[in-house]
Design a binder for this molecule. Structure first.
Ligand code: GLC
Ligand code: MG
Length: 424
C-alpha cells in the first residue's frame, strides 16, 4: 500500500477473465501491449489492482498460464479478499468488516433447499463467498427465492449473477465495488487518494465497480449482456463510463486515451522502436523497448539489418559488461554480436518476452539502476530472471544513454538453463 511516496497518478482496477486477459487470443497480443505500456510509463508512479472473481488458488493458476504482471494489490473471490504486494499479505481489517453480519451456515442451509443450484469447485468456496452454477433460464427465479429465504432468516447477503452461469453469495458489505470503496477510503485516510482511478470489467460481478463515485470506467467491447444491461438501467448518463470498441486489454488502453488519463501508446505499437523521441531519458521505457526489439529479432519481426545490430551496440557502452547467472562475464558488445545468427530462430515458434516489476532508481546525476523480472515464454515453458541494468545518460545530451552493466540471476525455470544460454 505504501510503495509510492505520493498519490498514484493512475490506479487501474481491472477484472481479469475476459477483461485484462483475453481467453480467445492465444498470442496474448493486447495483454502484452498493456504490460509494455504499464511497465515503461506507469509502474513508477501508478498502481495496478487486479479484482477477480477467482479464489487465490485459481488466480495463481491463471498467472502461470498467462503473461500477467504482478499487481500492487490483488482483490480475489469477488471482492471478499484483499491482499497487498508480491507476497499477497491479507488485509485483516477487511476480514473484520466482512465478519460482521455474516453467517455462512445459514447460506449453506438455505441453498441446499434449491436443486437448481450446483456447487462450484471446493477451491471457489471461500470464508465470505459461497458459489454455485445456475442455468441462465433459472437464474431470476432462484435469485428471488433465495432473497426471500435469506430475508426470513434475517441474513443480509448479496447475490451476484455473472457470465450467464455463476452465482455468488457474499456478505452484503462485500463485492468488487465495496472492496474498491474500502481501498479508496484507506488511501484517503493516508492522505494519498489516487489522482485518477479507472475501473475495467466485462461481466455482472464488475457492475459494482462502475457505481463507485468519481471513477472512470471501461466496459470492454466483449462485455457480457448482464453488465451492459446494468449500465443501461443504472449508469446510462454517466459520461465517465464507456463501452470500448476494443476487446479486453486493448479496451483498457483505449479508455486511458479516451479519458486523457496519460499516454496510451504502448512501446509494442511502434516499429522503429530503438529511436528515442524523448528529450529526457526514461530508463524503464528504454529497457522495455530493448527487450521488445530482442523478441522481434528472434521472431523475425524486426528488419534483419546490420543497422539494427549497430544501433543496439550504440546503446551499449564499449566497456560494458554482462554477467551471466552462472557468474561468467562477457563484454556487452560481444553479446550483441551473438544476436546475428539468432535472427528468426524463434519464427513460427512460441516466443514472447515481457518485463514485470520494473523499478528504476537514480544513483547519480546521470546514472540509473533498473531492476526487473524478465520473463521469457518458449515452447519449453517459461523462465524468469531477475535482471539489473546500470544505465548512464550522456552529459549534455540527456536523451542519449548507454548500458554499462547487465546482471542476471535465474528466478524460475533455471533447471532448463545451461551456461551457454543466451545472455539477455
Ligand atoms: C470466477 C470464480 C467463481 C465466480 C465467478 C463469478 O470464475 O472462480 O467462483 O463464481 O468468478 O464471480
Ligand atoms: Mg470477467
Amino acid at each position: 500500500m505504501d510503495r509510492l511516496d505520493g498519490p498514484a497518478r493512475l490506479m487501474i482496477v481491472s477484472d481479469l477473465d475476459h477483461t485484462m486477459v483475453d481467453h480467445h487470443d492465444p498470442e496474448n497480443t493486447s495483454l502484452l501491449r498493456f504490460n509494455a505500456l504499464w511497465e515503461s510509463l506507469y509502474r513508477h508512479d501508478s498502481l495496478l489492482v487486479f479484482s477477480t472473481g477467482r479464489s487465490p488458488t485459481l488466480y495463481k493458476q491463471l498467472r502461470n498460464e498467462k503473461p500477467m504482471l504482478t499487481p500492487d494489490i490483488t482483490i480475489t473471490s469477488v471482492g471478499t479478499e484483499i491482499t497487498y504486494g508480491d507476497s499477497m499479505v491479507p488485509d485483516e481489517g477487511w476480514v473484520n468488516v466482512l465478519n460482521k453480519k455474516w453467517d455462512r451456515n445459514v447460506v449453506l442451509e438455505e441453498t441446499a433447499k434449491l436443486p437448481q443450484l450446483k456447487f462450484q469447485s471446493k477451491t471457489e468456496q471461500r470464508p465470505h463467498k459461497v458459489s454455485f452454477y445456475v442455468e441462465k433460464g433459472h437464474a431470476q427465479d432462484v435469485i428471488s427465492s433465495l432473497s426471500d429465504r435469506f430475508e426470513k432468516r434475517g441474513l443480509d447477503v448479496k447475490i451476484i449473477y455473472s457470465g450467464g452461469i455463476d452465482l455468488d453469495i457474499l456478505p452484503q458489505g462485500a463485492g468488487k465495488g465495496q472492496a474498491l470503496a474500502y481501498l479508496l477510503k484507506r488511501f484517503k485516510e493516508g492522505g494519498k487518494p489516487p489522482v485518477n482511478t479507472l475501473v475495467c470489467g466485462d461481466s455482472g460481478n464488475d457492475a459494482e465497480l462502475f457505481s463507485i463515485p468519481d471513477v472512470y470506467g471501461v466496459m470492454v467491447s466483449n462485455a457480457q449482456e448482464e453488465l451492459l444491461q446494468w449500465h443501461a438501467e443504472h449508469a446510462k448518463e454517466n459520461t465517465k463510463i464507456i463501452h470500448a470498441s476494443n476487446r479486453c486489454a486493448a479496451g483498457i488502453i483505449e479508455a486511458i486515451g479516451h479519458f486523457g488519463l496519460g499516454p496510451n501508446t504502448s512501446p509494442r505499437d511502434s516499429s522503429d522502436i530503438l529511436v528515442s523521441k524523448l528529450d529526457n531519458i526514461n530508463p524503464s521505457h528504454e529497457v522495455v523497448k530493448f527487450y521488445i526489439t530482442y523478441e522481434r529479432w528472434r521472431r523475425a519481426e524486426a528488419e534483419n539489418s546490420d543497422l539494427l545490430i549497430q544501433s543496439l551496440k550504440h546503446i551499449c557502452h564499449p566497456t560494458g559488461i554482462a554477467v551471466h547467472p552462472s557468474g561468467v562475464e562477457h563484454s556487452l558488445h560481444a553479446c550483441i554480436d551473438t544476436f546475428g545468427p539468432h535472427y528468426g530462430d524463434k519464427q513460427g515458434k512460441q516466443f514472447r518476452v515481457w518485463l514485470d516489476r520494473v523499478f528504476t532508481s537514480q544513483i547519480a546525476s546521470t546514472s540509473w539502476l533498473v531492476k526487473f523480472d524478465k520473463w521469457e515464454l518458449t515452447d519449453d515453458g517459461r523462465q524468469c530472471s531477475l535482471t539489473t541494468i546500470l544505465l548512464n545518460s550522456e552529459p549534455g545530451n540527456p536523451g542519449a544513454f548507454s548500458l554499462l552493466h547487465v546482471h542476471q540471476t535465474w528466478l524460475e525455470g533455471f533447471a532448463a538453463r545451461c551456461q551457454n544460454d543466451w545472455i539477455f
